[in-house]
Design a protein around this ligand. Structure first.
Ligand SMILES: [Zn+2]
Length: 132
């Protein structure tokens, strides 16, 4: 059986000043990460202080590619099944997201994916991933 993503309704997103650059990025099709200006390590989720060395951090653009670290298909949360996955970006950070626009039953750990953006309630764009 082939199941396709059906554009499940996505909750409204609250944007505050500290995350506004992130959402400005998603609106223009760019996934942004925070990277430490002292040790150079990127991290997820975005934080103002480096979780590794307490250094200052800055916004950087992720290239948008990654691999599936783990994936699970949810069929009981509502009428539309969807895939929740941890995706390890090529920058080395792992993000919790959804895999969309694909055959959910064909998703595999280690599979290459790329970022895409889906509209949420209120007009923000949410980063998700689709097979590369
Ligand atoms: Zn650091």
């Amino acid at each position: 059986m082939t199941l396709m993503h059906q554009d499940r309704p996505l909750d409204h997103i609250v944007v505050d000043p500290s995350t506004e650059p992130y959402w400005a990025g998603t609106r223009s099709g760019v996934l942004k990460l925070r990277r430490c200006t002292a040790c150079g390590e990127p991290h997820w989720y975005p934080r103002p202080v480096c979780p590794f060395c307490q250094g200052d951090t800055e916004w950087v653009d992720a290239a948008g590619g990654g691999t599936i670290y783990s994936v699970s298909v949810t069929r009981r949360a509502g009428p539309i099944p969807y895939a929740i996955a941890y995706v390890t970006l090529d920058e080395g950070v792992t993000v919790l997201s959804n895999i969309v626009d694909c055959d959910l039953d064909a998703l595999r750990i280690g599979q290459r994916v790329k970022v895409c953006f889906k509209p949420a309630e209120g007009g923000q764009m949410l980063p998700m991933f689709t097979p590369a």
